[in-house]
Design a protein around this ligand. Structure first.
Ligand code: NVA
Length: 311
């Protein structure tokens, strides 16, 4: 039975709890099934203002394995908002392709694209959110732990796009969300208010602290991300200082539950947010996370482009 579709996926909060469950089932089924032709004849524009390895390749291969086609538009090719206005890019692409996956600096750029497109727009990372990452991560957690509800995820680091989307995805799915950051790098209040409503509905909890050890205590998942996101390079030195006590190392990971997973969206900076060698430990599932982007993005593309094919 298919669930109602929204036109765009700009934020995790565009989805209900039921839609997330349906996407997880769809992604698991597509992972088993391998290549199939569910999106034959469909095309996707990958419109990227920032670099990408995983998101770019996984969307490209997802479309290929579903029988569709992608067109990659690099930052230099478009000059989004400079050479050509964002509304015009949206209107032109809507005449050629069936979907846009956009990676942008400002979140407003993806919302403007969505506003002026007649086709679905997927947020493939903006400064505010990274919904495809968070949804793929739920798939990895579900595969490893056999459930989502009642687990505790501790995010140690910056209140950035990845943390924001994980907070929304976790609280919608009944996962307790613990977050530790230095004082100036907290999650935005507007997102927290939204997440508190989901947490109340799903029965999960949110715990914000400046102490990484408090955050990881009793955690089933320890998650971190870069201290300096794309576009913040000028602040790298300041951020290295601010986050120096927030590295995930063996001692911190050992303070979580003994079977805790270590997660990171990659690229990782060894000896910054994660100590050298930690991503090679048995507890680390970072490459499963990378693979699962392929399966979750397939599920998303089918949901947005061909919902009658949802399982
Ligand atoms: N927070 C990081 C995530 C990269 C996948 C960034 O925006 O650069």
């Amino acid at each position: 039975m298919s669930v109602p579709i929204k036109k765009d996926l700009l934020s995790v909060s565009d989805l209900t709890h039921e839609e997330i469950e349906s996407l997880l089932q769809q992604a698991l089924s597509l992972k088993q099934r391998g290549p199939c032709d569910l999106l034959s004849g469909k095309s996707l524009a990958l419109l990227f203002e920032k670099p990408s390895l995983r998101t770019k390749v996984s969307f490209d291969i997802a479309m290929h394995e579903l029988g569709g086609h992608t067109v990659y538009l690099s930052p230099a090719e478009i000059g989004l908002g400079q050479r050509e206005s964002i509304p015009d890019v949206a209107r032109v692409l809507s005449r050629y392709v069936d979907c846009i996956a956009a990676r942008t600096f400002s979140h407003e750029t993806v919302t403007t694209l969505a506003q002026h497109s007649t086709i679905p727009v997927i947020n493939a990372l903006s400064d505010l959110e990274h919904p495809c990452q968070a949804l793929s991560d739920l798939l990895t957690i579900y595969e490893k732990k056999g459930k989502l509800h009642g687990l505790t995820l501790a995010f140690v680091g910056d209140g950035n796009n990845v943390a924001n989307s994980l907070l929304l995805a976790a609280t919608l799915s009944g996962i307790n969300f613990h977050f530790a950051s230095p004082p100036g790098y907290k999650i935005k209040d507007s997102l927290l208010q939204q997440a508190k409503k989901s947490a109340a509905a799903s029965g999960s909890g949110i715990n914000l602290t400046s102490d990484p050890y408090e955050a990881v205590k009793e955690a089933d998942i320890v998650y971190t991300d870069v201290w300096t996101s794309m576009g913040q390079e000028a602040e790298a030195k300041k951020r290295r200082l601010a986050f120096s006590q927030y590295q995930v190392d063996n001692k911190l990971l050992d303070s979580a539950k003994s079977a805790a997973l270590f997660m990171h969206p990659l690229p990782a900076h060894n000896n910054e947010e994660v100590s050298a060698g930690l991503i090679d430990k048995a507890q680390s599932v970072v490459f499963d996370q990378a693979e699962n982007k392929l399966h979750m993005e397939k599920a998303l593309l089918i949901k947005l482009l061909s919902p009658s094919n949802l399982v």
